[in-house]
Design a protein around this ligand. Structure first.
Ligand SMILES: Nc1nc2c(c(=O)[nH]1)N[C@H]1C(S)=C(S)[C@@H](COP(=O)(O)O)O[C@H]1N2
Ligand SMILES: [Mo]
Length: 554
């Protein structure tokens, strides 16, 4: 304890004896501990924040710095890294980043030995760099800087506590500390017992602080990993680039009719409906993902994510539909998926005769039974890794989900899929079928009015434009028809589509006569089947009935 301010600048000692100065290695190690505490705490706070849904994944300094580094790396260096390290270019990045941090941390400790203030300034600079990385990631906000700031504060406190004894109680800090060092090398004769005692106290303090720091950093780091690893998943997702498909469907011009208020033909990923039983979104990284394909098969197999990517990737636009969608509802969306064909995969494992279903299990235990025929009849059933040009969002099944045209999601679209067991409907029940939903779930022919949204008022003589979508996955839409009151059914204009597996936009213009009218919509598929008019609820096999609007013309 510095009980009396030092009198002279050259003899900066007090009556407790000369302050003990940690050795270089000890100092460097404490620098490591301080940076460890900073990163450990920041990672923990970030993981908790992401888990609680209040922070962005890039609030993690490691994620943010990695992202910033990749972004700032010049193209030639990236190419070099990919050439040198191939698949492991991200590991090389991680090792490089880790080494850099270790070096900076050692430097902080060494500097702190001489000048704690400079070390603090260095820590501040490190925090500033991490903050810049966090805040330049797309989607982050001011709050995402909190983990780094608090982590940095903790690291700074540790440095101050550890090196406090060598900070002069008064006088110019850095210069004073340097003088202390100078003074230390020529110990005052005769003060040895006191000095030894004081030095012992200081040393104990120093190592106690360092020890607490090590434990804190390790605990924070371990906890951060243990917090359902959404940060790790976000990191895994950020590092995955959807492969260029070997076979990409061409989408014709004119899919969108461009009516104001109409939903876009491709549903933006952020607007895509989400339905699942997952309370907390499962955390599965590409590294951890494995798919078991087994059951009634000749050659069971296991796929890693790399194995999956090594298979031919195809790109298809497919409209997904939830069986719970009400007439006119929005539990339906159209997206462009990239993935590997499921029929090829099943052909390789060779299902046994008599098998008629595939029990698909998600990493969180959700199950569904998909008809084996739908997965092997040549339709574009996919193990998808990409959605609208991006890796699957975590809530839509990252890293791998199923997409099967023509079947409702509850019997086909297993998200976070890790297990496919070829079996029989007689032997299996799945999550929803156990609750009474139909074992077979073909999507019902349906249509919807998007414009106008609800009750609408128009003036007599004004042209009223109605618009919406219709879908009949695996069958295709031949016509969409509209009926005013009890009048004849009239054909709407249809948008272009690349296949029968997507919804079709429609548009119909009508010049109104005064009065209150009801307009109804129905679709006809390519087989000539007319949409079912009977009103049915979604349970147990999908809603039916016509969507309609009341329109007042005055
Ligand atoms: N693991 C898992 N996959 C699942 C579900 C689920 O609850 N858990 N729900 C299914 C249902 S009912 C539908 S409609 C679709 C919805 O997919 P989306 O959330 O990506 O729109 O996912 C299907 N896959
Ligand atoms: Mo669903």
């Amino acid at each position: 304890m510095t009980t009396a301010p030092a009198a002279g600048r050259t003899r900066r000692r007090d009556d407790t004896g000369r302050p003990w100065l940690p050795g270089r290695w000890a100092a460097a190690a404490v620098g490591l501990v301080a940076v460890g505490v900073t990163i450990g705490l920041a990672e923990l706070l970030s993981a908790l924040g992401v888990w609680a849904g209040v922070l962005h994944a890039a609030s993690s300094p490691v994620t943010a710095l990695g992202g910033a580094f990749i972004q700032l790396t010049p193209e030639w260096l990236k190419e070099f890294a990919i050439r040198q390290f191939g698949q492991h270019d991200k590991d090389a990045l991680r090792v490089g980043m880790g080494l850099t941090l270790v070096l900076v941390a050692l430097l902080v400790g060494l500097v702190a030995r001489r000048s704690p203030r400079t070390a603090l300034a260095l820590t501040g600079a490190l925090v500033a760099v991490a903050l810049a990385a966090v805040w330049t990631r797309t989607g982050t906000g001011p709050a995402d800087g909190v983990p780094v700031l608090l982590g940095g504060a903790a690291g700074a406190v540790l440095l101050v506590l550890a090196f406090r004894r060598t900070v002069p109680a008064s006088g110019p800090g850095a210069a004073g500390a340097a003088e202390q060092v100078a003074a230390e090398v020529s110990p005052r004769p005769g003060s040895a017992p006191v000095a030894a005692r004081a030095a012992g106290t200081d040393r104990r303090h120093f190592f106690r602080v360092a020890g607490v720091g090590v434990v804190a950093a390790a605990a924070a780091g371990a906890l951060a990993r243990w917090v359902p690893s959404s940060a790790a998943v976000a990191d895994s997702r950020a590092r995955f680039r959807v492969p260029a498909p070997a076979d990409a469907q061409t989408v014709p011009a004119g899919t969108s009719l461009g009516v104001e208020g109409q939903q876009p033909w491709i549903t933006p990923t952020t607007d895509f409906y989400r339905v699942d039983t997952a309370f907390a979104v499962p955390s599965l990284t590409t590294d951890a993902w494995r798919l078991q394909v087994h059951g009634m098969v000749e050659r069971p197999l296991e796929l890693s994510f790399d194995d999956l990517l090594a298979r031919e990737q195809i790109q298809r636009t497919i409209t997904l539909t939830c069986v719970s969608n009400e007439v006119g509802g929005d539990l339906v969306g159209n997206a462009t998926w990239v993935g590997a064909r499921i029929d090829d995969l099943l052909a390789e494992v060779r299902p046994a005769a008599g098998a008629d279903c595939v029990l698909c299990t998600s990493v969180d235990g959700f199950t569904l039974t998909a008809p084996l025929s739908a997965l092997t009849d040549g339709r574009d059933a996919l193990l998808a890794v990409g959605m609208n040009g991006e890796p699957l969002p975590v809530e839509h099944g990252f890293p791998v989900r199923m997409v099967v045209p023509g079947l409702y999601g509850y019997v086909s679209a297993c998200k976070w899929v890790v297990d496919m067991k070829v079996s029989t409907f007689a032997a299996e029940t799945a999550y929803w079928t156990a609750r009474g939903w139909a074992p077979q779930g073909p999507i019902r022919l349906s249509s919807r009015i998007d414009v106008p949204r609800g009750f609408a008022q128009y003036r007599a003589g004004e042209q009223i434009v109605l618009a919406g979508v219709a879908w009949a996955q695996q069958h295709g839409i031949r016509a969409v028809q509209l009926q005013v009151d009890d009048g004849p059914w009239r054909d709407a204009e249809l948008g272009a589509v690349p296949s029968e597996d997507t919804w079709v936009q429609w548009r119909w213009a009508w010049t109104a006569t005064p009065g209150l009218h009801t307009v109804r919509v129905r679709a006809v598929d390519r087989d000539g089947t007319v949409q079912d008019e009977a009103v049915r609820p979604p349970f147990p096999s999908g809603s039916t009935g016509y969507d309609s609007r009341s329109i007042t013309v005055s």
